[in-house]
Design a protein around this ligand. Structure first.
Ligand code: ATP
Ligand code: MG
Length: 693
């Protein structure tokens, strides 16, 4: 039983609740396998999915409560939602390297013809130069080309003049073509790199938050800059070299064989050995380059972390320790680089050795047959010229193989990202900003970043339009996670979150995220001016709106106190501002989004760096700025949320108390004890008291 088709699906085994399929389209595609796993695991009734890119097997276990569960349709439908494969990286497989897959997708077809044509013409002209060089020497010996004689040019002097003129002309054409040929290849390389980068950046920007947590910033930057450049360089440089070598080998081989056929045979003897050796070395070299790539990624990540956290490195006087760690990682990197290069040059050396030996043998043999009169002098001259040419072409092959291995390694990494598809997909229901009322319902929501560790468990609450809810709870209890789920940075494991009655998984993602304006706990300001940071995402805001948002955020004083005012540069990640100033710029940004139509304002510890006075002023202006909007405030400082409509207490991922401030005090639970702690302590209001979980 089982079917054949483009996915190559075949049923391997089936028992109730558990089916194993072979899906040929998965083979050698770890990215696709991973995406398929994640996608299918989310489907209703599916308990577990395992997709293996090596064996091409997909194992699906499902709940037997669902009648007529159709695993085949499930897999097919899953595949439809994955992107068409950009490139495949068959792990250890022999056909279809990663670089060829990438080139198939990204080499601009309309520009791909000119460079090889120019190369072919250019190198042919160069070879003609060689031919005329041999002719000049033969002319000097009195056996010039026959066509000159038939044209009436008979004297050796005249023949030499014509041949020299012809050679000069060829040299000029060669130089001219050389310039244009290089330019054409460069253009092709740049165009490929640009297309690749464009697609890669688009693909990266669309990924889930989880993807960025997994990859880290440094490796992604490397991917966009270095790996694409490696592919570009391969396109720019390898094509021309390959054409040059192929033409030279063909022409030189032709002349050698026609001059002395027995020599030709000897010369080409090593070719099958080379072919076999590249099969032998190829896999090893690729593997070592991949290991080097992995270590480079680690090193860059470490360096980036170190530089971003340099203030902490210094305050903990950990410079020495950090420098040592970096140095160790760099030493490992050097080792792996050496390993990769060693394998590559071993192959090159082997090939060179093979040719050198052949050269010596052939030269000796040629000497013998010339001495024995088995070859004419003009043929011998040809051999003397073409033999080194052929050798140079054959031994220089490592230029291309080096480029190839590096590009193939990069292409493998690129393909994995280009193949991976965000798990969080936009839904079909569109809600314009004006339509959204902002009613949020969490129903029995459970979630864990790692499926085995629940961060939220059976959380249910209801945020009515126009209401303000405060969320408190010990550190790590899952407060920020609640907001991440609302924005669909992650999807719930079970339960449901709805906005205005629609499951947020059914909503258009852009609409959903436009409806929520958030100030996150780790405020991030982008390099640029204060103004640019406030209008981030709302480029069309008027000066008046900007100022109003700044005023409501209690940030107007920045305009006068920071040199440059609204146009002051905030520095990388806003380093040039104080913690409280950064927070207020971020609040202004969120308030501006609120005026532009968002209906829910979520503040995650957004005022933690503000002094009490500034915070109170902000709370007053917030009431006006957020009239009619829904507000969620997460705070450790309880005075921040004292007057909200309802307070939820979150403990270890569960809501344990809910009510107004007075109700919760009367309840005598965690909230009441926290409140007392913060207010009895003379510094309680300024100190953030964080209870241990
Ligand atoms: P705090 O008051 O300190 O901000 P919180 O209540 O906001 O804490 P969360 O940030 O929601 O806590 O984190 C809840 C739990 O989830 C923590 O145990 C944390 O270690 C874990 N966690 C948070 N973010 C991630 C992530 N990206 N990947 C894996 N685990 C995470
Ligand atoms: Mg938090």
């Amino acid at each position: 039983m089982g079917t054949h088709d483009s996915l190559g699906m075949r049923l391997r085994s089936r028992i109730r609740g558990r089916e194993r399929w072979e899906v040929k389209a998965l083979r050698g595609r770890p990215g696709t396998a991973q995406d398929l796993e994640r996608l299918l695991s989310q489907r209703q009734g599916v308990l577990h999915v395992k997709a293996n890119p090596t064996s091409a097997g997909v194992l699906v276990t499902y709940s037997t409560d669902t009648p007529d569960f159709d695993v085949e349709a499930l897999i097919r439908e899953g595949f439809k939602q994955l992107p068409p494969p950009v490139a495949s990286r068959p792990s250890g497989a022999k056909s279809g390297s990663a670089i060829s897959g990438i080139l198939k997708s990204f080499l601009p077809r309309d520009q791909a013809l000119t460079p090889p044509v120019l190369s072919t013409v250019g190198h042919s002209v160069h070879l003609l130069q060689g031919l005329s060089f041999v002719s000049i020497v033969n002319t000097a010996r009195g056996s010039g080309p026959g066509f000159l004689r038939s044209l009436g040019i008979v004297s050796t002097g005249a023949q030499l003049l014509v041949m020299t003129g012809w050679s000069l002309l060829l040299t000029g054409v060669d130089l001219y073509l050389q310039y244009h040929r290089k330019e054409a290849w460069r253009r092709l390389g740049q165009a490929t790199q640009h297309d690749l980068r464009d697609q890669l950046i688009t693909r990266i920007e669309k990924q889930d938050v989880e993807f960025f947590d997994r990859y880290g910033t440094g490796p992604l930057i490397d991917l966009v800059t270095k790996d694409t450049a490696q592919v570009g360089e391969f396109v720019e440089r390898s094509g021309d070299v390959i054409i040059e070598k192929a033409l030279t080998i063909a022409v030189a081989g032709f002349f050698i064989i026609t001059s002395a056929p027995s020599l030709g045979l000897i010369i080409f003897l090593p070719l099958p050995i080379i072919f076999l050796s590249s099969r032998f070395f190829g896999g090893k070299i690729t593997e070592r380059y991949a290991r080097r790539g992995e270590t480079t990624k680690q090193f860059n990540q470490m360096l980036e972390n170190n530089l971003a956290g340099i203030a902490d490195v210094k305050s903990f006087t950990a410079e020495w320790e950090e420098a040592r760690r970096l140095s160790e990682c760099d030493a490992a990197l050097a080792q792996h680089t050496l390993g990769a290069e060693r394998a590559a040059s071993l192959q090159t050396n082997f090939i060179s050795g093979l040719f050198s030996t052949t050269f010596v043998l052939t030269a000796g043999y040629a000497g013998f047959i010339t001495a024995g009169g088995g070859i004419s002098l003009s043929n011998f001259l040809r051999l003397v010229y073409w033999f080194p040419q052929l050798l140079r072409s054959l031994t220089g092959i490592e230029q291309v193989t080096g480029l190839y291995h590096r590009a193939d390694d990069s292409a493998g990494r690129l393909a994995r990202v280009l193949e991976s598809y965000p798990q969080i997909q936009s839904g079909p229901v569109r809600l314009s900003a004006e339509e959204v009322r902002g009613e949020v319902i969490f129903e029995d929501v459970s979630f864990g970043y790692d499926p085995s560790v629940k961060v939220l468990e059976n959380v249910s609450f209801h945020l009515r339009p126009g209401e303000t809810v405060g969320i408190v709870g010990p550190t790590g209890s899952g407060k920020s996670t609640l907001l991440r789920l609302l924005l669909r940075f992650f999807d719930v494991d079970s339960g449901r979150i709805s906005l205005d009655g629609n499951d947020i998984r059914d909503l258009d993602l852009h609409n959903l995220r436009s409806a929520v304006s958030m100030v996150s706990q780790d405020v991030y300001l982008f390099q640029g001016t204060i103004r640019e940071n406030v209008i981030f995402g709302q480029r069309r805001a008027t000066e008046e709106q900007i100022l109003e948002a700044m005023r409501d955020a209690g940030a107007l004083d920045l305009i006068t106190s920071v040199p440059g005012g609204l146009d002051a540069e905030v520095g990388e990640r806003g380093r040039r501002l104080s913690g409280g100033q950064r927070q207020r710029v971020a609040i202004a940004r969120a308030l501006l989004k609120l005026t532009s139509g968002a209906s829910i304002l979520a503040l995650d510890e957004a005022t933690s760096h503000l002094d009490n006075e500034t915070e109170s002023a902000f709370k007053r202006s917030l009431r006006k700025a957020a009239t009619g909007k829904n507000v969620i405030i997460i705070a450790h400082r309880l005075s921040t949320i004292r007057s909200v409509d309802r307070i939820l207490v979150l403990e270890s991922g569960r809501i344990t108390e809910a009510g107004t401030h007075d109700e919760l005090l009367a309840h005598e639970g965690l909230y009441a004890s926290l409140w007392r702690l913060q207010n009895e302590d003379p510094f309680g209001d300024q100190l953030e008291i964080r209870l241990k979980r």
